[in-house]
Design a protein around this ligand. Sequence first.
Ligand SMILES: [Zn+2]
Length: 136
Amino acid sequence: MADTFERFKSSVNKGITTISVKASSSLEKSKLKAQIDSHNAEIERLYRKIGETAYLLWDNDAPDFRALNDMFGKVKARKTEIERLNAECAAIDERDEQKIANADNPPAPTYVCPGCGAKYETKLNFCRSCGTKIPG
Ligand SMILES: [Zn+2]
């Protein structure tokens, strides 16, 4: 009975953590997604411009291809930026998963010596550095 309640409590806590972790990241992520969308829109515009420019070059007696190179460079720069933004989104997801996993497995308690402040991960009766009795 007690065990069932503990499990229930733990799953509720995990649910609350998941909601709050995702909520705090959603604004951050929607900003990144908006940037990605605007880069994609600009790339579409550049593609159209490249097509038009290529046609004009074909129709010209002395074509100068430098204009195309500039536009290819701009597309490349935006694609690189989109990759970086996607990696940032993935890092946020990874960080959230870590937070949720940590909430599920809280860090081990530490025992602090009231005499000198030394910290121990396991319960000791007396502090190893000053010999004070450690409560708990
Ligand atoms: Zn101590």
